[in-house]
Structure formats: C-alpha cells, structure tokens
Design a protein around this ligand. Structure first.
Ligand SMILES: [Zn+2]
Length: 318
C-alpha cells in the first residue's frame, strides 16, 4: 500500500505502508486516527532494517512494526500480527559549555549528537561530528576573547528522535531563544563514500524542506566559502529535519551545517567531483556494526573537520 492509501485505512484493520516519503510518526498518526489496530511499515530497500523512531513524546497507542522489503505481505491479504515488545525508560544528557566572554544577546551555537544507534559503535555517526565540536571548543578555550558568545552543545538521544535538542529548545524561554543568533550542526564528517554537503539555507537549490529561517543563507555561504578555500566541490543538502538543527529551525533560529553524506546514493556526477563508488550510499556502514574507527574516511574527515573551526571562528567574530 502506498502513502496516499493510508487514507483508505478502515477501522480495526492492520495498515501496511511503505517506508519513505513522510516520517514514521506521520504514518503512525494517520493510521491511528483512521482507527487501525496496528501499523506495519515495509522497508523500501533490501537488507536488514532495525530501529526507527515515531518521534512521539507520549508513546504510541497502536502497535507499529517494521518488516523487510521481501516480507511476504500482499494487498488485501489476511494478516495476523503478534508483537512481543518491551518498553524501557532511559536517562540521557546534553552537555553544554560556553565561552565566558562575548555578547550574550548574540549567541552562536555549535552542536553535534553524542549518542549513536544501538546497532553499532557509531563512530562516523556521530563520533566524527562530536569529536570535531569538542576539539573546536577545547582549542577556542573558555576564556577566548570572542565578540559573540559561543555555546557548544553535545546532544543526547538524537537517534531516538532528536530528543536532546528538542528538549533543549523547548525549555528555552522566548527571551533565551531570541538571544541565539544561529545554530550550526555537524553530523557525520568522515563518510567512507562521502562528499561535502551544506544545508540549502537560502532555498536556491529547490530541495525538499525549502529555505531555512532568515539568516540561514549566510551560514550556507560561509560553508561554501570554506570548501571553496579547500578546493573541493560542495553541494547543497535538504533541510529535511533529520538532525539536531530541526528543533532550532522550527522555532525560526537561523541554522546550517556541513556533513559528508549518510544514506543517499552517490551519483555519477558526484563520483567525478569527489571520487568514490557510483550507486553506493555515502556511508555503507550507516547505522550498522561496521561503523567503526577503521571505516572513517580520514581524507574526507580532514577536510570536513576544518569546516567546524572555520564557521565557529567566523561567527564568533562577526
Ligand atoms: Zn547522526
């Protein structure tokens, strides 16, 4: 059953829908609102699939399961679903640190998620981003003579649905939020088959998600300038809300960041400009046990890590 077909779900049925297009949470909400008893999401790509998030604060009222693409499910077929599940509460932390000096009505935030998926060690996703943010913070130092205050954030539980950044942003008063001028996000900086991406802040690349909040175009341009200086081509990526910039963008804080690619496939044109393998995803170890330190692309990381220091320094002094 396709996305639009969720509208046809009848009371008491088990809804079956493909993965992709809208979020698991949106699929769930539609199915639950239509009175489905359960929702089965069928993978849209071959291979293993574990994990996923509904992004809900209050839990799900119907069972939601994910199955492999080749699961033997046909349209209109009788389906019985038995779910053996357990729920667990876990504690998680955000780690925040900021410079002593700098205008505190003009805060520049720099962040990365510190957690990883349970399926693997999470080194490219996101040891690379959090290490780069930590090193930038350590090099800048608490007493740095910055014009604008710089606040670093290492987020908890991004992989569970942006839980850490969402909690942080939603706990800000309106006044506190208004003092954050921009947020820079770094998630996956050493993808084995990667390239260089920065969010389409000005919307000029016409990608899903559109432009970022006012000021996001400037952030995009700063990252473009950095990669131009390093002599590597950079492409715009969609503001699809799949990392911790999402909650900032949602409340209108200018956002941006750089990354080296996740589960998108490398095109021929990208192979010509960056090298790597056409048709393979940017990080073939994405969310798997193979996301180890040996599988970080150090050449790519060496270039991408500089984008963190460059943008942080630029906006600290702007
Ligand atoms: Zn990540």
């Amino acid at each position: 059953m396709l996305e639009a077909d969720l509208q046809k779900v009848t009371e008491g049925s088990i809804a079956v829908v493909q993965r992709g297009t809208c979020t698991f949470g949106d699929k769930y909400k539609t199915a639950a609102a239509k009175g489905a008893k359960a929702l089965v999401i069928v993978n849209n790509a071959p291979g293993d699939w574990k994990g996923g998030t509904l992004g809900l604060d209050d839990g799900a009222s119907i069972a939601v399961v994910g199955v492999a693409q080749d699961a033997p499910i046909a349209d209109g077929q009788d389906l019985t679903l038995t779910v053996d599940a357990k729920t667990q509460k876990a504690k998680t932390w955000n780690v925040l640190a900021e410079t002593e000096k700098g205008d505190d009505a003009n805060v520049q935030m720099v962040g990365a998620h510190l957690d990883g998926v349970t399926e693997g060690p999470g080194i490219n996703d996101n040891g690379t981003g959090s290490a780069a943010v930590l090193e930038t913070a350590a090099k800048l130092g608490a007493g740095a003579d910055v014009k604008n205050k710089v606040r670093f954030a290492l987020w908890g539980a991004e992989e569970e649905g942006l839980v850490g950044s969402e909690h942080y942003v939603s706990s800000l008063s309106e006044e506190q939020a208004s003092k954050i001028t921009r947020y820079l996000n770094f998630d996956m900086l050493g993808s084995p088959n990667g390239g260089y991406f920065t969010f389409d802040g000005d919307g000029s690349s016409k990608l899903d998600g559109g432009a970022g909040p006012a000021g996001s175009g400037v952030i995009e341009q700063v990252f473009r300038n950095y990669f131009a200086w390093r002599n590597v081509p950079v492409e715009a990526s969609a503001f699809d809300g799949r990392s911790d910039y999402g909650p900032f963008k949602d409340v209108g804080i200018a956002s941006g960041g750089a990354d080296t690619g996740a589960d998108g496939k490398k095109t021929e044109a990208q192979q010509r400009q960056w090298g790597g393998t056409v048709g393979e995803i940017y990080d073939p170890n994405y969310h798997s046990p193979r996301d180890t330190i040996d599988n970080v692309n150090r050449d790519i990381y060496r270039v991408a890590i500089g984008a963190v220091g460059f943008s942080t320094a630029y906006f600290a002094a702007l």
